[in-house]
Design a protein around this ligand. Structure first.
Ligand code: GTP
Ligand code: MG
Length: 378
């Protein structure tokens, strides 16, 4: 990890090659990536973080390009992150295709990277958050995240921004009714781009009905019209708190207790202790009957063998009833697994879906001080 510390130090000195290397580690979800982000997290918090979301072709990249030029004209440095949730690969192809920012290519005050989907669904927003932290701590004045606004992972990405612009084009068929509710909610500023197209007035009327206090700005990004008005509307917005966990954030998800009979154990936990039961389920692949009992955010999980060869049956045979495992939530399971593996921990399974559909892995007690540890994607 000594080279990570050196890399972090170089990033903070303003070394652009170190910045590029650090960004690549984060984009690739390499083990060092989340370490870099957690090292830099305390130094972040200065940058203005903007989000641009909207349907494919709405003009997000063109708008982004105009905003970069505007901020550059004010002497500010800008980091741009193009998020591509549909693509499992990252790199030059997306950059060339999807962001048309060639005019900024030789400008050392502009740094452009792309982020592709990979691993767990929650991982995209998390890794993008790490990249924002990197740019912020490296001293960029403004960070712009461009993402296609169609699904949940994009909404999660949009929550990373302090102010999110939703770009829409008139007459494009993706009208308000078909937009995902979450995407409309996440918008702080509505942008009617391609305001040179017919249907602009109609779209503005529709937006007025749902926008409430939120501003609606018309732009023709291809001509540069409206950019200044848009930047002013953004500046007037209250800045949302950045909603991303630090790279290493964990919390207790549940304590798993092996019992001979869930029904019998519930007489104590539900009947006498008064805990509610939120879920009862048979997890076929683990051969267990499960009851989940929330106590605040964390839960107690009662586990009963549903077949004689269940690990729970073997556990009880060997050690009797009792605490079987401790489960922790992590923000990026894939990254956590990679990090632990690199450090030599014994991971017992590849991430798979368990009770309630959450992805999980088990870590052998040999690596954890004698407790079977379950890690769950938050
Ligand atoms: N007429 C007109 N064309 C525009 C305007 N803004 C962007 N365009 C054009 O619309 C096309 C799509 O623009 P992009 O900026 O690539 O759109 P995008 O939303 O980033 O697209 P994806 O990244 O593929 O989702 C390009 O050909 C732009 O030149 C505008 O205000 N008016
Ligand atoms: Mg684009």
């Amino acid at each position: 990890m000594a080279d990570i510390a050196a890399l972090v130090a170089a990033v903070l000195r303003g070394d652009r090659r170190a910045l590029a290397r650090a960004a690549t580690l984060i984009e690739n979800r390499a083990p060092g990536g989340s370490t870099i982000a957690s090292e830099l997290e305390p130094l972040a918090g200065r940058a203005l973080i903007l989000g641009i979301t909207g349907a494919p072709g709405a003009g997000k990249s063109t708008l982004c390009d105009r905003l970069v030029a505007l901020h550059r004209s004010e002497g500010k440095t800008v980091g741009v992150i193009a998020v591509d949730p549909s693509s499992p690969v990252t790199g030059g192809a997306i950059l060339g295709d999807r962001i048309r920012m060639q005019q900024h290519h030789d400008d050392p005050g502009v740094f452009i990277r792309s982020m592709a989907a990979r691993g767990t669904p929650g991982g995209l927003a998390h890794a993008t958050g790490d990249l924002v932290t990197l740019f912020d701590a490296a001293g960029f004045d403004v960070v712009i995240i461009e993402t296609v606004g169609v699904g949940q992972s994009e909404v999660d990405v949009a929550r990373l921004a302090q102010v999110t612009m939703l770009a829409m084009a008139p007459g494009s068929g993706d009208d308000i009714q078909t937009m995902k509710a979450g995407v409309l909610e996440v918008a702080d500023v509505f942008v009617i781009n391609k305001a040179d197209y017919p249907g602009t007035d109609k779209l503005e009327q529709e937006l007025h009905a749902i926008a409430g206090q939120r501003p609606i700005v018309r732009t023709v990004a291809s001509e540069g019209h409206g950019t200044r008005e848009l930047a002013q509307a953004v500046n007037r917005c209250e800045r949302n708190e950045r909603q991303f966990a630090t790279a290493t954030a964990v919390r207790i998800d549940h304590l798993g207790i092996a019992v001979k009979s869930v029904d019998q154990a519930l007489q104590f936990y539900e009947g006498q202790l008064g805990l509610p039961v939120s879920l009862r389920e048979v997890v076929e692949q683990e051969k267990v009957n499960v009851a989940m009992l929330p106590l605040g955010e964390p839960r107690i999980e009662l586990l009963e063998a549903s077949a004689p060869d269940s690990v729970i049956a073997k556990f009880i045979e060997k050690r009797g009833e009792g605490l079987h495992h401790v489960a922790l939530q992590v923000p990026d399971l894939q990254a956590a697994v990679e990090r632990l593996r690199t450090a030599g921990a014994r991971i017992l399974n590849e991430p798979r879906a368990g009770a309630g559909g959450h992805l999980y892995v088990f870590v052998h007690p040999w690596s954890t001080g004698g407790v079977l540890l379950e890690l769950i994607q938050a």
